[in-house]
Design a protein around this ligand. Structure first.
Ligand SMILES: *[C@@H]1O[C@H](CO)[C@@H](O)[C@H](O)[C@H]1NC(C)=O
Ligand SMILES: *[C@@H]1O[C@H](CO)[C@@H](O)[C@H](O)[C@H]1NC(C)=O
Ligand SMILES: *[C@@H]1O[C@H](CO)[C@@H](O)[C@H](O)[C@H]1NC(C)=O
Ligand SMILES: *[C@@H]1O[C@H](CO)[C@@H](O)[C@H](O)[C@H]1NC(C)=O
Length: 477
């Protein structure tokens, strides 16, 4: 079915030259929701994993210029969980839950056998963040176990891989030395940033200090080794063969955003000045990722300038947009500036998405039209994903965004000048006591909890009921 549909839309995309753009009113929740619905629908339309001969969770699209990687699929499922949560439209929930469960792997740690040849720590944490997002929003329960336990297991795996033999710590990029590429001898910012973010969000959700301590350690290591610069720009890799040196040629958007989100979460947990400085620092250095003369997010600095990345990097802007939006919610006083950027970017992203026959195509850039843009089914899926992420991110700041009846009215943060009236906390849970603080900054509503109930109690109950997250010593390298 889907294969045929895909083929048909490919044909249509050849036939139709006229196209219709998406009009987005960034100040209207209804317009944002309608746009998100269109984009989410365009993603689900090209997905064929539920059909015979294809694999649930993966996007093995037959006609495609550029394969959709394992980590990218994890990011796409995360965006669809967020979509369901932020819009209240649950039509894709079954598809999402099936995909997330099918890829858990034999050890329930998002290392399915098919991926082990090449799997990297950031692949694994990208899927763990999908499961953690599901846990945070109270997404439809999996057939067995708990979403939270999947995220915990991945975290525990990565703790065991923390390697002090080279560069005094950090995670390598590849999990196994047999990895196809010569990337065994590097420690990268996306893997270490993913571990940091997973730790920070697990600390927030569970109140367990052990996650906080690991997140703290991993951030400090990333600074010491130079992956995070003094100016809070973030770079790609430390080379083990070159005395752990970090080439400072191109700042790395995806890692910048995930470190920014994690720092905002850490700040919300502790109020410590070092996290405050970090969030403010990231909010300043993000300018390196804005199109010249605008506040529109752009991946130019990494590789678009010389055109060397083709379609490859296009999901990074979406991953980044989502992380920056979460940073604003966690620490609006320090990260409020990200909001203006997101609003301008969403406008651009929607403007350059067009229907092309029955298929959607979105530009890689959000500040100029790209007439050559491939359609979703023909290699452009990452761009549609990115547009969805940046557009739906705006719903986090709209009081009327979620229609969940159980949710209390969101409270305004009130402290960020300029957009204080717009920056609303997407929160309802205020019961977690962490390091002596009552944590107010929950990123998501947790519809299954009543506000008066302590989240710590709730989580420890869940943990004692189904502690699937045992250490997988055998799998840690
Ligand atoms: C692994 O690959 C096989 C063969 O393509 C497929 O049947 C199976 O469903 C895949 N499993 C996962 C978890 O991707
Ligand atoms: C490993 O990754 C490389 C480059 O992305 C790819 O060419 C190769 O097919 C992958 N190998 C496996 C076993 O997945
Ligand atoms: C806190 O998390 C750590 C690391 O996963 C785990 O070993 C420990 O048992 C947890 N503590 C509690 C009280 O749940
Ligand atoms: C493009 O830029 C990247 C990142 O700076 C660099 O690695 C690559 O060699 C450049 N390619 C060309 C053709 O200049």
């Amino acid at each position: 079915m889907a294969a045929r549909k895909v083929f048909l839309s490919f044909l249509l995309s050849l036939i139709f030259t006229a196209s219709s753009a998406i009009n987005l009113d960034v100040n209207s929740a209804n317009s944002i929701k309608a746009t998100a619905r269109t984009l989410a629908g365009a993603i689900v339309d090209v997905y064929n994993g539920q059909n015979a001969g294809f694999t649930p969770g993966l996007f093995d699209i037959p006609i495609v210029r550029d394969e959709v990687h394992f980590w990218e699929a994890g990011a796409i499922w995360t965006s669809l969980i967020e979509y369901s949560h932020l819009t209240g439209d649950s039509q894709h929930d079954d598809l999402i839950a099936t995909a997330l469960e099918f890829q858990v792997g034999e050890q329930r740690n998002y290392m399915p056998k098919n991926q082990t040849m090449n799997i990297t720590n950031d692949d694994q944490s990208r899927w763990a963040l999908a499961a953690l997002t599901a846990a945070e929003v109270g997404f439809k329960k999996p057939q067995s176990g708990e979403w939270l336990d999947l995220a915990k297991t991945v975290f525990d795996n990565q703790v065991l891989r923390w390697d002090t033999e080279r560069c005094n710590g950090g995670l390598r990029f590849h999990i196994f030395e047999s990895g196809a590429e010569s990337s065994w001898d590097m420690k990268d910012s996306v893997s270490n940033g993913g571990f940091f973010l997973l730790g920070a969000r697990l600390a927030r959700l569970t109140g367990n200090e052990s996650y906080y301590e690991w997140a703290d350690r991993s951030f400090k290591w990333s600074q010491d080794v130079g992956l995070i610069g003094e100016d809070y720009l973030v770079y790609n890799v430390a080379s083990l063969n070159k005395e752990c040196s970090v080439p400072k040629t191109s700042p790395w958007l995806q890692s910048h955003a995930i470190f920014a989100e994690g720092a905002a979460v850490m700040f919300s947990l502790t109020d410590e000045p070092k996290w405050k400085d970090a969030v403010s620092g990231f909010a300043i250095s993000v300018k390196a990722f804005q199109a010249e003369g605008t506040s529109i997010l752009s991946d130019d600095s990494t590789c678009e300038k010389n055109g060397s990345c083709a379609g490859r990097l296009s999901p990074f802007t979406g991953i980044a947009a989502s992380a920056y939006a979460r940073a604003v919610v966690a620490a609006s006083t320090q990260a409020g500036d990200f909001y203006e950027m997101l609003q301008a970017s969403a406008k651009g992203a929607a403007q350059y998405c067009h229907w092309y026959g029955a298929d959607m195509r979105c530009g890689k850039k959000w500040d100029e039209e790209d007439l050559e843009a491939p359609t979703a089914v023909d290699g452009g899926l990452g761009r549609v994903f990115s547009a969805l992420e940046v557009v739906q991110a705006l719903l986090r700041f709209m009081p009327e965004s979620t229609s969940t009846e159980t949710s209390p009215t969101p409270t305004a943060s009130g402290s960020h000048k300029g957009s204080a009236d717009r920056v609303q906390m997407d929160q309802s849970l205020s019961g977690i006591v962490f390091k002596g603080h009552v944590v107010q900054g929950m990123l998501f509503r947790e519809p299954t909890l009543r506000p008066e109930r302590s989240a710590v109690m709730e989580v420890s109950r869940a943990a004692s009921e189904g502690e699937v997250g045992k250490m997988n010593d055998d799998l840690a390298v």
